[in-house]
Design a protein around this ligand. Structure first.
Ligand code: IMP
Length: 197
């Protein structure tokens, strides 16, 4: 049984492989299929993008495929940047410019609550899908802190902690993050199905 992970992001792949590491399952990625086109993430929900990526890769490879889509939702900004998290400050995508824009948009706002969300989609070779989701709630602080991680990590303190994601070590972040939670749910929901194929 082959499962194709619809990503060319090496960090994501490592995180997914660590969880989906069981006998009877061969985990490949978009790196193993260089001829596959990049799937455009043009849907307006995390679920829409995750499903689109999983289905396109499943149909193209005739294998089962798993894809994820994530982002940051800030309550005082009506859920922005949301699905536009990667390109919040425009193209070319820059974590630094995105963080600056987030601080600008939130300046003077009392409510700093936010959450990271991930939707993981699984598609069978014919394009039938299932999804699970994970979230990590917290607050956006007023200045960048820490150098670990990526994206909005230096501005986000998860609930129950006093450090930002960028100050926490990778092991802690990978235990409590939106992606880790969604992937653990995906494993619980789908490992029997995948290994039984
Ligand atoms: P993706 O769908 O996982 O590629 O995430 C889209 C965008 O959301 C990224 O480019 C980041 O800006 C943001 N993002 C997603 N996950 C994280 C995270 O764990 N930390 C910080 N930013 C994240």
């Amino acid at each position: 049984m082959k499962l194709i992970i619809a990503t060319r992001n090496a960090h994501k792949l490592e995180e997914i492989r660590a969880i989906f590491d069981f006998q009877g399952l061969e985990v490949l990625s978009a790196f193993d299929f260089p001829e596959l086109p990049d799937v455009e993430e043009d849907r307006d929900t995390f679920e829409g993008n995750a499903i689109k990526k999983a289905v396109e890769i499943a149909r193209a490879t005739r294998c089962w495929a798993l894809a994820d889509d994530s982002g940051l939702e800030v309550d005082a900004l009506g859920g922005a940047p949301g699905v536009y998290s990667a390109r919040y400050a425009g193209e070319p995508c820059s974590y630094e410019a995105n963080n600056e824009k987030l601080l600008r948009e939130l300046s003077g706002k009392e409510d700093r609550s936010a959450r990271f969300r991930t939707v993981v989609a699984l598609s069978d070779p014919g394009g039938s899908t299932q999804t699970v989701e994970g979230e990590c709630c917290g607050v956006i602080i007023k200045e960048l802190r820490g150098t670990n991680g990526f994206g909005y990590d230096p501005l986000f303190i998860p609930d129950g902690y006093s450090e930002t994601f960028a100050e926490l070590d990778a092991e802690t972040k990978n235990r409590i993050s939106h992606r880790a939670r969604a992937l653990r749910k995906a494993y619980a929901a789908w490992s029997d199905l995948l290994v039984g194929l």
